[in-house]
Design a protein around this ligand. Structure first.
Ligand SMILES: [Zn+2]
Length: 416
């Protein structure tokens, strides 16, 4: 943070009404080239007035994970990382850890949902981070939880809604509360606790680099509606060949993205598989070292369906199967995003289908139930960590007409 900005912040604090909770910023800067640097903002949660040193000591363990941990070497090989620590006192000491217990009077309302997930007021955290730090890349809410042995009357406990189900893994202790993160396209956030600094690098893998979990939690394979979740993670694939990362390693192991089947990961071990130990695998390392330097990818080019193609549906057939194809120049993006819209006679477009496929793909199968003949627009964009290309559209018309060849919804000749 530059001198003038720090001064501006100080002035803002002076202008705050008496009794307001004043944030205090401490920065550990590696670079003042804000656009190039990775800026990590760590916000205090569950501390009260006079506990800033305690917060800074807790936050330092996260900083050490980045600055000193041998497993963080790929992070240190990338752009410089700035750390900003923001102390905000609350009225209550400790955020609640018991599932279903309501948030207390803490700055970011951290609580654990009845299903056991750590939640925070993301909008509040994003707003404060943006106010105090120059160019925020990831917002970390570091929560100090209430103690396990805190006396709580049974009458209060009975008012907390707790979910029930065999597949729920509800915390029975503050140590059981698991951190979580949002990938960059969802805002780049981490919610964690002072009790679990070992998981911080894993969560940064999600929040800074868009890496997916490589561990298995649920039996089975992702459904058609869930396959896009694999496509947007550069360290997971739906293909047992591992073609997605063949230029880095020629291995693929089944199990990843929380599924036991139908999803493959690059190596047997990785920090994205064992959240608190192990080095990142070679594919994750490559993403971490290079991802943030990449420019947004160029736009793909449609090769099929070509503009104004005609698609014939056999009589009685209500299902359209297309195999769209495209070309793409330059580095492979992380994923391609497809968007099918029906164009109504008055020109309005309504989305009927959406999907994402892995960045090495140049075709996909688009299977949707077509309710009626009409004109459709199919859009595609290439996406990586730096951003997305423009969306390129191709428009085609679906007409009942039959097909002697038995091809359903076959598009006229491909031009590639
Ligand atoms: Zn990995």
């Amino acid at each position: 943070m530059t001198g003038p900005r720090r001064l501006l912040l100080a002035l803002l604090l002076l202008a705050a009404p008496a009794g307001a909770q004043e944030p205090r910023l401490t920065s550990d800067l590696a670079s003042t080239d804000w656009a190039r640097a990775v800026d990590v903002v760590i916000l205090s949660e569950g501390y009260v007035r006079g506990e800033e040193q305690r917060f800074l000591a807790d936050a330092k363990r996260l900083a050490d994970a980045i600055r000193l941990d041998p497993d963080a070497a790929p992070l240190r090989a990338g752009p410089p990382i700035n750390l900003h620590f923001v102390f905000v006192p609350g009225r209550d000491r400790g955020a609640p850890w018991q599932p279903g217990r309501p948030a207390r009077r803490t700055p970011f309302g951290v609580h654990v949902t009845p299903e056991g997930d750590l939640e925070a007021d993301d909008a509040e955290a994003d707003a404060l981070a943006a106010e105090v730090a120059p160019d925020v890349d990831v917002v970390v809410v570091l929560a100090r939880l209430t103690p396990a042995d805190e006396p709580i009357p049974a009458s209060a406990r009975r008012r907390w809604p707790v979910a029930e189900g065999d597949d729920l893994d509800l915390p029975e202790d503050p140590d059981d509360v698991r951190p979580n993160a949002d990938v960059p396209t969802d805002g780049g956030r981490i919610r964690t606790t002072t009790l679990d600094p070992e998981a911080f690098l894993h969560e940064l893998g999600h929040a800074l680099y868009g890496l997916g979990d490589e561990y298995e939690e649920y039996p089975g394979a992702p459904s058609a509606d869930e396959r896009w979740e694999v496509a947007v993670c550069p360290n997971l694939t739906l293909e047992p060949t591992g073609r997605r990362w063949r230029d880095i390693v020629d291995t693929a192991f089944e199990g990843g993205g929380m599924w036991t089947k139908g999803v493959w990961r690059p190596e047997r071990r990785c920090r994205m598989r064992e959240s608190r130990a192990d080095a990142f695998c070679l594919v994750c390392q490559e993403v971490i070292r290079g991802g943030r330097d990449a420019d947004a990818p160029g736009a793909p080019v449609w090769t099929r369906p070509t503009e104004d193609a005609l698609v014939l549906l056999p009589p009685g057939q209500r299902r359209l199967t297309l195999e769209p194809r495209w070309r793409h120049r330059g580095d492979a993006p992380v994923s391609f995003h497809l968007d099918l819209r029906r164009i109504s006679p008055d020109g309005r477009r309504r989305q009927v289908w959406w999907d994402a496929v892995e960045g090495h793909a140049r075709r996909t199968t688009l299977e949707v139930g077509v309710q009626r003949a009409g004109t459709y627009a199919l859009g595609i964009s290439a996406v990586n960590l730096a951003g997305a290309s423009e969306v390129v559209w191709t428009t085609f018309t679906v007409r009942p007409g039959g097909s002697a060849s038995g091809l359903v919804g076959a598009v006229g000749e491909a031009t590639d």
